[in-house]
Design a protein around this ligand. Sequence first.
Ligand code: NAD
Length: 335
Amino acid sequence: MAKAKIAVNGYGTIGKRVADAVMAQDDMEVIGVSKTKPNYEAAVAHQKGYDIYAPAASAGAFEKAGMPVAGTIEEMVEKADLVVDCTPGGVGEENKPMYEKAGVKAIWQGGESHPLAGFSFNAASNYEGALGLTFVRVVSCNTTGLCRVIYPIDKELGVKKVRVILARRAVDPNDIKKGPINAIVPDPIKLPSHHGPDIKSVLPHINITSAAMKIPTTLMHLHTVNMEVNTDCTAEDIKKIFSSQSRIRFVGQGISSTAEIMELARDMGRPRNDMWENCIWPESITVDNNEFYFFQAIHQESITIPENVDAIRAMMELESDGAKSIEKTNKSLGF
Ligand code: NAD
């Protein structure tokens, strides 16, 4: 069978990871990536052999930098079966008319709103709902991390309510322009934060609310999750449910911080130190009647990458069974 032709529009933190993850699959391939400037990221894309597409006005600058472009972004979109839009939040929305005109399928990221695509995706929670769809939004890193734990608990025990406190990394490691560098910022001050309600775009029946703060770190987010369930359970029951999920990793053996999780990813030889799984401290799982608590760390730069691959597979109808797609993606990435 011919491989699905995937274009990556916006080759930044998420886009470059999506491109490499797609290239690791045997049922899809990257036909081009877009860059607006011939910077170091474009140079690496060029070295990796990706065809680079750029706005017509920037073609000369790319040529001068020794990386001739293969065409305009519109031309790239025309050649694709599906575009993964990884432009900054809010920019992706402006690209919708281009995708509609070209008649291509498109995936947006969590920085865009749910109504833009009309379907918000998490592989474990609603893969089958995305089969054959034209437009899908892969939810944000925090929403992905929360769906991965809420969905299986809800399936096994029934979730009555969820309360989450998120300590969010301030910026990604390469972002030199934003802070804070010496403050904890309630963000937003008006509660709830958008994270809890965003879960409802994937799991509409979940009773959830959240509060979030930005902290001076770039590595990972840390969630304190509190769930009340409808069924009696022990910490062992919760651990068993989490252990059944391939995108949940238990951390221990001296790991007591996000810094050590990133060191683990380095030691494992993961590309770009990526940690695609939710990292849960099993020791933190504490049950009090029908309520339990735990800590999980989320690597914001990489957690949504396998979900993008699965979303492509569902939309292109390359695999009708979500569990099989998850397994295939995990195996090809080297989980
Ligand atoms: P980024 O700023 O790292 O990358 C965006 C890239 O798009 C940059 O290379 C930029 O030059 C390029 N770009 C800007 N305008 C463009 C245009 N009009 N056409 C083509 N390319 C353009 O952003 P990111 O962190 O990768 O975020 C992308 C999306 O993924 C956002 O919706 C964001 O909310 C979401 N997301 C980000 C993270 C994260 O932690 N970084 C995690 C999950 C989801």
